[in-house]
Ligand binder design. Sequence first.
Ligand code: P6P
Length: 336
Amino acid sequence: MASRISLTQYLVEKQREKGLIPAELRLLLEVVARACKRIGYTVSRGAIDGVLGEAGSSNVQGEAQKKLDVIANEALVEANEWGGNLAALASEEMDHPHPIPHRYPKGEFLLLYDPLDGSSNIDVNVSIGTIFSVLRLPEGVKEPAEEHFLQPGTKQVAAGYAVYGPSTLLVLTVGDGVACFTLDKEIGSWWLTVERMSVPEHTREFAINASNARHWEPPVKRYVDELLAGREGPRGVDFNMRWVASMVADVHRILCRGGIFMYPRDNREPGKPGKLRLMYEANPMSFLIEQAGGAATNGHQRIMEIVPTQLHERVAVILGSKAEVERVTSYHREQG
Ligand code: P6P
């Protein structure tokens, strides 16, 4: 069997052979990957170490935090604040960007993350994960502030996620395709197991929380009704449905075998454009999906072209197999 390459070798090759990434970014990604190993271990300990259940606090979204949300967030802060690669970091679990302590040097990158996505699944042992996105600090900025994070997804220099499931996987892009690494828990190495992930253009599998159907806007209702009509309906074929309620798990399935993931805007809270967060969920996942040949829109425009106005802003998400994303988006455009 050809010897596998490690995450470190993969990143060194991206740095050396393609000049794609600077050493500082390579080091940052290795630190994030190491923090994900630690988070995965803590998650796997579950009830043994008493890390399940509520933390007794809530995040900026007003959502009750799980103990593991707080632990995962702290693991990423502790791992990243001393390295000298970051100017600041932002998290779903922190109201404002976390500055790098003055005792440490600052770097040129901004790290954004959802430390533990899929929290509702933690206590029932369903796959969850960590999602991260990397931006550059704008030129000439000495003291990073929230406004410096507000860059469109097209400005991302790297993005990825770890999924803590039957295997612990790290899926990563630095703008040159999407690679998947599997954690060897015996020696702590991330081994490259898929060199270039690819989303098939067509699919017969969709992911949406169908319990919200009565709240959907007409284009989404039309699209899903057509899928449910199967071979007797306008699509002429049957479709399958999945909904894990962990974005990392649903998106990973799509990167592996295709599909469309939808968390559209709905009428439960008309003032909200969607449930998922733009900066540290939709943008990194959109970068990965596009790099793997898929598409990602909010129903009206490419997610990665949305210019953010708030760090924790939400967005509607329709991503995955290009033909299906384009169909749903066309239905929105037809509605005007
Ligand atoms: P619902 C998890 O809480 C999350 O942010 C995503 O990972 C997931 O896709 C979605 O929310 C699930 O939402 O409303 O189905 O529980």
